[in-house]
Design a protein around this ligand. Structure first.
Ligand code: HEC
Length: 160
């Protein structure tokens, strides 16, 4: 290899390493707003309760939808079960009781927009610090995410 091309490789490696470093969860994607207010203060009351993401109006759960829960069960098996179990902690928290501690809208936004959630939302940040592992965006549509929520309802976990 000529010294010129190895130099090129070296500088490419430096760029790649630098890019990798940028993705660290230090919250540097969210510089404090001018005036120095803490980042959490920038969240609206809605965001604090229901999370940050594409779902900006509260979703309430109506009558249980068996078919939707079955679809959610399949999605959970393929997209979530590598990291989550219902009844016990795994790579991420147990999700069988998640609707008792979070609103359905919060769970939707966590599924649809995890990165911004663990960068900016105090609850998700805290979980990241506890689990030391990132929740990746699984690329679900809003409809698919809604199906997973149906599965996470107590009735949903009984479907088979
Ligand atoms: C590669 C592992 C991984 C996958 C796949 C994954 N998660 Fe997570 N999830 C985590 C980790 C780790 C956390 C906690 C730390 C964080 O937020 O990064 C988490 C957090 C969560 C939370 C927040 C729980 C709480 O108590 O606030 C929800 C809800 C959630 N995940 C749902 C899902 C759903 C639903 C799927 C499938 C669509 C999924 N996750 C896929 C790793 C994963």
């Amino acid at each position: 290899m000529s010294s010129r091309s190895s130099l090129a490789c070296l500088s490419l490696a430096v760029v790649v390493a630098a890019c990798g470093g940028e993705r660290a969860p230090a919250g540097d994607a969210a510089p404090p707003p001018a005036g120095g207010a803490p980042a959490a203060a920038a969240l609206t009351p809605f965001q604090q309760e229901h999370g940050i993401g594409p779902v900006t109006a509260e979703v309430t759960l109506g009558a249980f939808d068996h078919e939707l829960a079955e679809e959610g069960q399949e999605l959970f098996a393929t997209k979530c079960s590598a990291c989550h179990k219902l009844g016990e902690r795994y790579v991420g928290p147990a999700l069988g009781d998640v609707l008792q501690r979070r609103t359905p809208t919060y769970v939707l936004n966590m599924m649809l927009n995890p990165q911004e959630m663990y960068e900016k939302h105090p609850v998700a940040k805290q979980l990241l610090a506890e689990y030391l592992s990132f929740m990746p965006n699984q690329g679900l549509t809003q409809e698919q995410a809604r199906a997973v929520v149906e599965y996470l309802r107590p009735e949903g976990q009984q479907v088979d």
